[in-house]
Design a protein around this ligand. Sequence first.
Ligand code: ATP
Length: 375
Amino acid sequence: MAEIRIQNLNKAFAEFTAVKDSSFVVNDGEFFCLLGPSGCGKTTTLRMIAGLELPTSGQIFLGDEDVTFKRASARDIAFVFQMFALYPHMSVRQNIAFPLVSQGMPRVEIAERVAQAANTLHISHLLNMSVSGLTSGDRQRVALGRAIVRQPMAFMMDEPLGALDAEFRELMCQELRALHDRLHATTVYVTHDQREAMSMADKIAIMNQGVIEQLGAPQEIYERPASVFVADFMGSPSMNFIPTHTALARGATSIQLGSVAVDMPAVCDDVSQRQLLYGVRPEHIRLASDAPLRAEVVGVEYLGNCQVITLNTALNCVVRAKVDVDIRAVRGDQVGLELDASEMTLFDQASGRAIRTARDDLAVEAIGTRKAAHG
Ligand code: ATP
């Protein structure tokens, strides 16, 4: 297995730049997700790493080797697509063995490798079956088998679960992560589904219009989003943004939302008079009858283990709160809202970037402590 290093990678298709100055490192044995909406440049980045697309500029290293202009077949990288691309006239065994047969590997070794891959994926009992009769989940396992049997330096996976229904997808997420924990294979995984990325990745690069907006561990990105785009994309329901126009001096510990002063961690910079967004996640809003920030309940969504309450605030914006099921809320209720100051994020509306507060420094320490505790 190997580390993958990407340096200042750009890809233009005629006038259109699909990937803009991307730099990141996928550590040896890491499960790395490229996450973002459709068209943001994930697949193009993956295809450049695999050698299926040439960059316009920049460099790609696999281990110590500069592979930027090396052919795909010379890169020792295995690719798993959303479309399983299996050979329908072949058995499961023949499909898994195919890349090794193409390499001219001796038969005995092929048999051993195929048996080992099938065992890892729990599909030994399917080896003699035709792939055409398999469920989509088993077809995906066969496609994975064909990738792992090569024992490559790295895996590239492009929305490999995209064709599965929701139930299978959840199961395959768990299986893929368990497989990764067994093989410790350096993996780059493309998805537009933030839940998939959050549940599987060691590290996420979240992309927007060809640019990496933020790089980090899932928890780090969720708790300290670098921009409105990231905060909005990660989490379901997504973060609430309350607009406000104000100036904040360095060290200020409250912010004016309409006529109500709300606590916040000390800002680390001077924020001159400008449009800001007070970002708060739904799970950090509490309903409190006597709180001065007023709102009307306009929707209640019961989700079994929690409920999502939609509220029309006196600040002329709608927010959503995720609360316990035993909180009684009915459409039309007038309520007060308490915002958890320790969990808020402040954004500059014009640039969309987060403004640093004391909370960010505390969060870095907390995440560091939690990582250390988990060993
Ligand atoms: P999706 O999940 O929809 O594939 P993505 O994030 O993987 O999205 P890419 O496939 O990398 O996005 O495409 C990024 C942009 O580059 C898109 O606007 C796409 O239309 C464009 N693009 C990709 N390949 C080509 C090509 N060969 N020629 C021209 N434009 C292309």
